[in-house]
Design a protein around this ligand. Structure first.
Ligand code: 3YE
Length: 206
């Protein structure tokens, strides 16, 4: 067996895809800060190398979710952030944080929602015998993985797929879907209505 932790090499790849997209002159978005709840991760190093400001808000140093979310909120305000992308971020956010950033918070999930919510979505798809899975970018609602869908990309589930091979295929789709969804939101192509449903803007550019 190998002692090489292969998973490490895939950490932060959604952030990387967002960084690559937003540095294009055609992009409607600019990354002003990268916040991580885990110190020392590759995403922070990649952001620094690209000249993007970084902050660590380590959840282990906070006594409650409200204090942790409050600190993240403070950083987002400090940088006048308009849209927040949860990329590789694995914490459940409090209702008050989600309400404050309603319509401005995007998450990516490795299944075609509303199927296979929660953790191990790829494993759930395999166990269910699904022949198609994929990824979903959605606005964050208080109920996890239940917010309005912005973009999805489907991938086939192949005969000999393992959790790893399916996850790799879904991740490639994520690297297209998340930047595309961010452009839709940042470019005004889509927004969240007061009723929690998507509103498309047919006049938006791009
Ligand atoms: N929070 C709300 N609604 C959402 N966070 C994310 C999406 C999303 C959200 O739609 N309100 C599973 C996290 C699921 C979990 O139990 N996490 C643990 C920590 C585990 C860890 O640190 O590795 C926890 O206690 O929060 C982002 C994706 C959340 C994924």
């Amino acid at each position: 067996y190998s002692t090489v932790p292969r998973k490490r090499t895939r950490v932060g790849t959604n952030l990387q895809a967002l960084m690559e997209q937003t540095k294009r002159t055609s992009s409607s978005a600019e990354i002003v800060v990268v916040i991580s709840n885990q110190p020392g991760v590759l995403g922070l190093k990649r952001a620094s190398l690209a000249g993007i400001q970084t902050r660590v808000v380590d959840h282990k140093l906070y006594g409650s979710r409200a204090e942790f979310d409050g600190t993240i909120d403070h950083v987002l305000e400090e940088f006048d952030v308009e849209v927040v992308c949860l990329a590789g971020f694995m914490r459940i956010l409090t209702g008050s944080f989600v309400r404050k950033w309603n319509g401005k918070l995007l998450n990516i999930h490795p299944s075609l929602l509303p199927s296979f919510k929660g953790v191990n979505a790829q494993k759930q798809a395999l166990q269910a015998g699904a022949r198609v899975s994929g990824c979903t970018v959605h606005f964050v609602a208080e109920e996890v993985d239940a917010g309005a869908i912005i973009a999805q990309e489907a991938v086939p589930v192949l005969m000999n797929d393992t959790e790893e091979s399916l996850s790799d295929r879904i991740r490639e789709a994520e690297h297209r879907a998340f930047p595309a969804a961010l452009e839709l939101v940042a470019g005004g192509g889509v927004r969240l209505g007061d009723d929690g449903r998507i509103i498309w803007n047919p006049n938006a550019q791009g």
